[in-house]
Design a protein around this ligand. Structure first.
Ligand code: NAI
Ligand code: MN
Ligand code: ZN
Length: 337
């Protein structure tokens, strides 16, 4: 089979690999399409501290089950499925309290073990989620990015009284905006980004107010508009954002962060406690695949809006280049296998 492998940082190749056999409790997926994510680029560029090389990358993938390991129901062969990249042990403390995404033995497909940028991939049977026929292939490939939004929203519990502020209108900001609008029905959504084209996408994806915070001071713009956000999502993940968000937040607000920067930032107890602000973090997803598939079935989100490019997998270098360099036009890039 053909697989897209990062042999070492900076060196990405399409190579011939032996067809993997599903182990006990596993299924094998014949991949049909896969989405490029920022973290694939980080592994390619050597900026992911968790990655081991060589590595077949890709954690957003869709296809059908073509083989099963021992102990798996044979009727699953042929199922259209999307793969949850979170492989967990099932018995540690986080697993026991429903947080397999931070399992002490966490293995992320496409990071710690070989991923979905490949004609075939194996994974635990419970990680392969059935996709109903009403969800087209491309949308099914978008389930994983929406699980990131579902996970952070499960922490933040958005509601109709919320005025949301989302930092960043990249794929992660946009999935959050769609969920806040279409699923949770918040009162108002404000989005800040530094690129006008991305702010235009935020508007098409459900933002009410967009602010370019490279040109304008966010605090004074919000003040002019009389907005005090009650729910803030940092989908830009610069370390300077959390202190700013704490300052902008309404009393009783919730703030969700999902960045991995090792840079410290300065925050004070007073700024947090005086307004009794809750700060949540969110990593990957904890069993959110069924929830997002239901959102898609009920047409509460529009995943197709995020897909700007599609390539045959043999053009992966061109696809990665566009994804990395063209932030103005490019959002989600799919590879077809
Ligand atoms: P992206 O790079 O495509 O989008 C980030 C956006 O934020 C860009 O449009 C950029 O212009 C904007 N931005 C940068 N600094 C800003 C600032 N100070 N204020 C407002 N906007 C600013 O990235 P993507 O794929 O949308 O991911 C966003 C972040 O989420 C990344 O840092 C990524 O590492 C993280 N992430 C975390 C996950 C988790 O499970 N915790 C999962 C996926 C991504
Ligand atoms: Mn992703
Ligand atoms: Zn565990």
């Amino acid at each position: 089979m053909k697989s897209i492998t990062v042999q070492q940082p900076g060196q990405l190749v399409i190579e011939e690999r032996p067809l993997p056999s599903p182990q006990q409790g596993e299924v094998r997926i014949r991949v049909a399409s896969a989405g490029i994510c920022g973290s694939d680029v980080h592994i390619y560029r050597g900026h992911n501290p968790f990655a081991k090389y060589p590595r077949v990358i890709g954690h957003e993938f869709f296809g059908h089950i073509d083989a099963i390991g021992e102990g798996v129901d044979p009727s699953r062969i042929g199922e259209r499925v999307v793969g949850d990249p979170v492989v967990s042990c099932g018995h540690c403390y986080p697993c026991s309290v429903g947080r397999p995404n931070v399992c002490t033995e966490l293995q992320v497909i496409g990071v710690h073990r070989d991923g979905g940028f490949s004609e075939y991939v194996t994974l635990p049977a419970k990680n392969a989620h059935l996709v109903p026929d009403c969800i087209p292939d491309n949308e099914a490939t978008m389930v994983e990015p929406f699980t990131i939004a579902a996970n952070i929203c499960s922490q933040l519990q958005p509601g109709p009284l919320d005025v949301a502020l989302v930092y960043g209108a990249g794929p992660m900001g946009l999935t959050s905006i769609q969920a806040l609008r279409g699923v949770y029905g918040v009162k108002q959504i404000v989005v800040a980004d530094r690129i006008d084209e991305r702010l235009a996408m935020a508007t098409t994806n459900g933002a009410d107010v967009v602010i370019n915070n490279s040109q304008l001071d966010l605090a004074s713009e919000l003040q002019k508009l009389g907005i005090r956000p009650t729910l803030i999502i940092d989908a830009a993940c610069h370390p300077a954002i959390l202190p700013e968000a704490i300052g902008l937040a309404s009393p009783a607000a919730r703030i969700g962060i999902m960045g991995f920067s090792a840079e410290p930032c300065v925050i004070s107890q007073q700024a947090i406690t005086s307004k009794e602000i809750s700060i949540y973090s969110s990593r990957l997803n904890s069993n959110r695949f069924p929830q997002v598939i239901a959102w898609m079935m009920q047409r509460q989100i529009q995943p197709e809006k995020l897909i700007t490019h599609q390539f045959k997998f043999t053009q992966v270098l061109e696809a990665m280049e566009i994804f990395e360099k063209d932030q103005k036009q490019c959002c989600k890039v799919l590879l077809k296998f």
